[in-house]
Design a protein around this ligand. Sequence first.
Ligand SMILES: [Zn+2]
Length: 275
Amino acid sequence: MSALILPSKKRLYPDPFIKPVHGTRGPCALCGHYSDLTLNHVPPESVGNFDRWNAKSYMTSSTANPGLIFGRGFPNGLSFRTLCRDCNCRLGGNEDKAIGDFFGRVRKTVESPIIIEGIIKITAKPNQLYKGLLAHLVSANDNSVPSAFDLEARELFFGRKSLNLSSWSLFYWLYTGPEIFVMRHAYFAIWHPTVKLIDMVVLKLYPLAFMFVRWPWFGGLPDMRFFLRSRDDEETEIPINMHFQESNAHWPAVPDPNSVIFLGGNSFGIVGQRD
Ligand SMILES: [Zn+2]
């Protein structure tokens, strides 16, 4: 008798925190009209979101054993079927161009052979950047139930509420990691002077990271709200801190000895790696 030794085959499991996509009709995440839904790239294709990505949930990639999970494949860029054709076209025609230009200018600076230190100024259209990033993060809503962020974002995007009255700061910084990251509604705690849970909505793709939070400061990072203009198509120079570069896709949603991250029913995070 000889023992039969079978090669061990690793079994892979589906990601329990990524819901299957269903249906091509539903309420548009931006205007709310019931219509045929189109795929919206988050962030837009023009900033490099067109490759094949393999995406896992934030929960899986930060707490479980990601090696045992197979992710969801996105063959042509990370995208969500959540926008009606009109909203998608409008976004693609205006705000996406401002986002694409901004990424292009920042990438050029970061990759310049000349070492640039300190704060540099980049020409941008801050209103369109702000609105475009809002809209893309609204459209990353997988479950079609709008959050408080989504409701206010709709008012701001369609001009029913002035951008100057937005309660959401938009912090941005240089991001040098290889992963794409989209997070809606994880919460970090502030302990002093009183305990508060701060809702964060995050989007990252090299070379930039953005975070909407209802809090006026975050680690000395610039807030795009400071640079908003009276007209949406106005250009201005906005600062980038070349000293602050960070490469961890999850940050600041990374529990460390001084902070705790909370997830709630509407929390959703997705981390994509190039396939
Ligand atoms: Zn729409």
